[in-house]
Design a protein around this ligand. Sequence first.
Ligand code: MLT
Length: 304
Amino acid sequence: MYKIQTLNNISVAGLNRLPRESYEIASELGHPDAILVRSAKMHEMPIPDTVKAIGRAGAGVNNIPVADMSTRGIAVFNAPGANANAVKELVLAGMLIAARNIAQAAKFARGVEGDDAAINKAVEAGKKQFVGMELPGRTLGVIGLGAIGVLVANAARSLGMKVIGFDPSITVRAAWKLQSDVEAALSVDDLVSRSDFITFHVPLTDHTRHMINAERIANMPDGAVLLNFSRSGIIDDDAAVTALDACKLYAYVCDFPSNLLKDHPRVVTLPHLGASTREAEDNCAIMVADQVRAYLEDGNITNS
Ligand code: MLT
């Protein structure tokens, strides 16, 4: 019998895929055969020699030292696509939050005081500052056309947006899933120069770090909106703040906490909520539990 330790936040649906006596929920590592983890930073933990596999209940593996694990012969599994719908829905919400100034308007409405007559008067006077824009006819640029990017692109088409996408390594499978009227941009620069909203669905790597910098922001249409539901670092946030202050950018919605961004009036920061639905948590946990179990029991590698 093998032993699997789960470090944090692995849904019960995933644990139910494992033999009951095989797993242990722990806050510190013992000497398991495998580890299931969501967001714990594995770089900061000595991984015991007993470990043969790590399952990350999410798409990104940046909390796992993958290269070190490969050198040690430890297999790393993730759950590509398992939370894609949840992220897509939050990206759509993010676009609407930006387009209709929802976060700022809600903050304003909450701060109005007095009796109902006074509140109505203040609200009538104040709401003019939150006049927004509608999405049909506007262009959404999608950088990264994996499981999430494809869902976002297709959903934006159904909202009447024009959609252009860029992915240097698009697979035939992803291309098939894209609606035929999603246009392929020639390059990041081409996409950036034509998009009113830009959303990123690429991992943070040396190649994607600061993919959006001051120079690229300068080439965006005036009043563009940035949506980062991937990882902090893909956008040069100092450059974004400068562009927001100069009204070059209209808004920036990001799904990660940031000291620099959190108090900016044109920024909405969320606490990395993209994958936080009951359905996505179950899907991810089930996918990695199945993969790790298949690997430990039969040596099968089923990561797709
Ligand atoms: C992902 O990489 O899929 C997300 O970071 C998942 C999560 O929020 O745990």
